[in-house]
Design a protein around this ligand. Structure first.
Ligand code: ADP
Ligand code: MG
Length: 246
């Protein structure tokens, strides 16, 4: 977005849960509070992101403080960056740089209901990660088969996938998710409905690390899906963003 783009609408935000971390006013706050990498701040401004949106100013500190989160915020309010920035900020060295034969492998997994959406998330992730050497993979038939080679898989940092593609790889025994520390369900209303729920639960079970952080993001979350989400999260914070009346 350029100088002439309209300002981002202000939002009414409510956050509920235990010890909710304080929201940020600017991306620079992140540098002070969390020692955010300068390259990451540069990439933000390079993408034209000057100020955090309502969901971003609340969700980013919560995720950076390793809390589980259910976030409900309207379409177009910047939910993608809300989870990508904390993930990228927490990665440290690329898996490929780690000297031992067995790198940490996949450390973040983002699930989205459609291939199209997964593709968009992948693009935004690549932009945000510019200048660093992480391997960020859009999971497809082709990349799944490349990653079946353990030595390749160990060098991957982030995977973005649809549930079905991921479940196929898990069932084939060709993917290891036990080092995943960040699991995100985007468009969680769809991910937790009957179409995907069994697949999503299978993937969550495969992310067996005791410290896996889980976050769900959605524009809406019907009561049924919300209950499933809250049961799946640990000591969660729930954020709801509503557009302010104009
Ligand atoms: P949502 O997932 O909530 O529907 P997106 O993450 O797809 O929203 O973001 C919507 C649009 O807003 C995208 O074009 C994105 O690049 C842009 N955007 C996100 N965050 C900001 C920001 N802080 N400043 C300006 N534009 C932003
Ligand atoms: Mg979205």
């Amino acid at each position: 977005q350029d100088e002439d783009s309209p300002p981002i609408p202000r939002h009414r935000v409510t956050a509920k849960g235990s010890n909710v971390p304080k929201h940020i006013e600017s991306f620079e706050d992140l540098q002070e509070r969390y020692k955010l990498h300068t390259q990451l701040l540069f990439n933000l401004s390079d993408s034209g992101f000057k100020r955090p949106t309502g969901i971003q100013s609340h969700a980013i500190p919560i995720l950076l403080e390793s809390r589980d989160l259910a976030a409900i915020s309207p379409t177009g309010t910047g939910k993608t960056l809300s989870y990508l920035l904390p993930i990228i900020s927490s990665l440290g060295s690329p898996s490929a740089k780690l000297k031992n034969d067995c790198g940490p492998g996949v450390r973040a997994l983002i699930l989205a209901p459609t291939r199209e959406l997964a593709h968009q998330i992948h693009n935004e992730c690549l932009k945000l990660a510019q200048g660093r050497k992480w391997r960020i993979v859009l999971f497809s038939k082709a990349t799944a088969s490349t990653l079946a080679d353990k030595s390749v898989q160990d060098k991957v940092d982030i995977i973005i996938s649809t549930p079905l593609r991921m479940v196929s790889a898990l069932q084939a025994g060709s993917l290891e998710l036990r080092n995943v520390r960040h699991l995100v369900l985007d468009e969680a209303d769809r991910m937790l409905d009957a179409e995907f729920l069994t697949q999503v639960q299978e993937i969550i079970t495969a992310c067996s690390h005791p410290q896996v952080q889980k976050a769900v993001f959605s524009a809406t979350l019907p009561a049924g899906a919300e209950k499933i989400a809250m049961d799946m999260l640990r000591d969660p914070i729930r954020i709801v963003v509503g557009l302010k009346d104009t």
